[in-house]
Design a binder for this molecule. Structure first.
Ligand SMILES: [Zn+2]
Length: 260
């Protein structure tokens, strides 16, 4: 069956010239499926190119909250033209990222941009990949008015408490977990992993970011998915085989255009 990395960034400049090797190493590690997520228009085009070139690689296309200053309305119609591509399995990553220095105005702009991405999702009838950092309140507010018309939500790289997780699970969300569950100080996140209903659990690396504890500080890649999987299997007292099976089934269920 193989593992599926439900969120990675093969178009990140960190992987320039290495994508083929990175995919090969992933396959050798048993990671046979990769969801290559883009955060802007140019990356979205590249993600589709990569997905078209390699078996087992799919693309998600959208505009990340970090892109608010580069955003133009024309991007939405251009993205819309790409949504029918057979290797595009979702819209995203999009969402909200509130840092200590994010101004109120920037927060408003992020929320608007998030809503534009949601409108695109509704039209394309695809699932949505949501990035949410320090913005659970606002992300929940936006999604709770729309979740009934959405075709599946991936809360990627979940960092929230179990209280928040329960709320988002109530909207039908799937949650992605990766390298962060291996970090020594992340006991709260491991608790969420233990409590997660198995039918909503996804594994992801967010590579090249968030390398697992054993490789912390180095460039992460989809092959390292197994590191997080080992921690999650241990926390849930579940065999690696079973974890592989349920998380792969969940990914296929959420990203319906995926064929494995
Ligand atoms: Zn990401």
């Amino acid at each position: 069956m193989g593992w599926i990395d439900a969120h990675c960034h093969l178009e990140d400049p960190g992987f320039e010239g290495e994508v083929e090797m990175v995919i090969r190493r992933a396959r050798e590690a048993g990671v046979t499926g990769m969801i290559n997520s883009a955060g802007n228009l140019e990356e979205s085009r590249k993600a589709i190119e990569t997905a078209s070139k390699y078996e087992g690689v799919w693309a998600t296309i959208g505009v990340h909250p970090d892109e608010i200053n580069n955003f133009q309305f024309s991007m939405l119609s251009q993205l819309k033209n790409l949504t029918n591509h057979k290797k595009v399995v979702a819209i995203g990553e999009t969402g909200l990222d509130f840092r200590a220095d994010t101004t109120l105005e920037e927060k408003q702009m992020q929320i608007e941009l998030f809503k534009f991405n949601i409108a695109l999702v509704v039209e394309a009838r695809l699932p949505i990949v949501v990035h949410c950092r320090n913005a659970f309140d606002d992300a929940f507010r936006v999604l709770s008015t729309k979740y009934k018309v959405l075709r599946g939500i991936q809360m990627h790289c979940w960092t929230g408490s179990w209280e928040w997780a329960e709320k988002f699970l109530g909207l039908g969300c799937y949650m992605g977990f990766g390298g962060m569950v291996t970090y020594r100080k992340n006991e709260e996140l491991r608790e969420v992993v233990r409590l997660m209903p198995e039918e909503r659990l996804l594994l992801e690396t967010d590579a090249p970011y968030l390398a697992p504890q054993a490789m912390r500080g180095s460039k992460n890649e989809p092959a390292n998915l197994i590191e997080a999987a080992k921690t999650i299997a241990r926390e849930r007292e579940m065999s690696l085989d079973k974890l592989e099976k349920i998380t792969t089934q969940n990914a296929v269920k959420l990203f319906r255009r995926m064929q494995i």
